[in-house]
Design a protein around this ligand. Structure first.
Ligand code: FAD
Length: 292
């Protein structure tokens, strides 16, 4: 029996990952699957466990740098509607891990549930946001999370309650393979007022990001509350460039890539920025982006 036996309809070999990432970079996944329902997802995860096959979860690709060599094992991409539902009931907002964060925020705001609108303009999925505790202006998704249902690397479905979850700056204890869905406890607020706040946040957040048509990623965490963008500027390395990878004119904490860029260009640029900021300002920058 081959790895794909029984899953031929959802598994592809050698799928190029570049098109799934915001940087538009990266080689192929050995295997790539888009399960259409939970049973298929669990079957795949268990097959990986049985065959000792590495397995990863791809969300919206806005926080990922994939090696030019690609990745061994299986990459799972959740595209089926079943994984992306959002519902609001009695103040409890439930969202699938594959739902867009923007969909969760807009649904909550429309029904008068506030808090998450501070994250308007942050790209990616709900699962990706929970995995890395997405935050903006001191508000993070973790603070509104009541519980999350996950699929473990052994293929079990487990619901983790608030008391069992730890969220810190750009970090969360939700490190299982798949965040299937989560429930958020939000604050009852006038929908009109919330809509205004969401629109304002969106404009503020977008103005601090590279342009819509640029291939980009946010690179570093802000160390101890100091802006990483500011540190890169103060270290005098804002014009650094390796191959097709340079720094955004709008915000020095974003790398932007030209079509000829490679993942290795981005890695070299990251390393260069870390070294120069450490040498010149004595601060160790840590990456926020996940590197595969
Ligand atoms: C223009 C731009 C602006 C940004 N602004 C901000 C910002 O203001 N604040 C901020 O915090 N971040 C910001 N980011 C980073 C990024 O948007 C967030 O980290 C986002 O939450 C990543 O979600 P994603 O679905 O794209 O994850 P991906 O990039 O697909 O994956 C990132 C990690 O999350 C894991 N993951 C994804 N989905 C799931 C899931 N369902 N279950 C388990 N693990 C999962 C992946 O395995 C991977 O390890 C920005 C990025 C860009 C490009």
């Amino acid at each position: 029996m081959g790895f794909q036996t029984g899953f031929e309809h959802i598994v592809r070999e050698g799928e190029l990952l570049a098109k799934y990432t915001w940087l538009r970079l990266g080689g192929a996944a050995q295997f790539f699957a888009e399960p259409t329902n939970l049973d298929e997802l669990l079957g795949l995860v268990r097959r990986c466990k049985e065959e000792d096959m590495p397995v990863r979860l791809l969300g919206g690709g806005s926080n990922l740098l994939v090696s030019g060599q690609g990745v061994l094992g299986l990459v799972i991409h959740l595209t089926a509607a079943e994984f992306a539902r959002v519902s609001v009931q009695d103040g409890l907002v439930t969202a699938g891990g594959a739902a867009k964060l923007s969909h969760l925020i807009a649904s909550a705001v429309r029904d008068g549930w506030g808090g998450l609108e501070a994250l308007a303009g942050v790209p990616g999925s709900v699962g990706g946001a929970l995995h890395g505790n997405a935050s903006c202006h001191g508000i993070d998704i973790g603070q509104y999370t009541r519980e999350a249902t996950v699929v473990t690397f052994t293929g079990e479905v487990v619901t983790r309650q608030r008391d069992d979850l730890v969220f810190a700056y750009r970090e969360s204890s939700l490190d299982e393979l798949v965040i299937l869905d989560a429930r958020f406890e939000l604050e009852s607020t006038d929908p009109e007022e919330l809509t205004k706040r969401m629109q304002k946040q969106w404009i503020v957040n977008k103005a601090a990001q590279p342009l819509q048509n640029e291939n980009t990623a946010m690179i570093f965490r802000d160390p101890g509350g100091i802006s990483a963008a500011r540190l890169i500027e103060d270290a005098g390395v804002k014009s650094a460039r390796f191959g097709g990878a340079g720094i955004s004119d709008r915000n020095a904490n974003y790398i932007v890539t030209e079509p000829e860029a490679t993942s290795e260009d981005v890695l070299e640029l990251i390393e260069y920025l870390k070294q120069r900021v450490a040498e010149r300002l004595g601060v160790e920058l840590q990456t926020a982006i996940d590197i595969w």
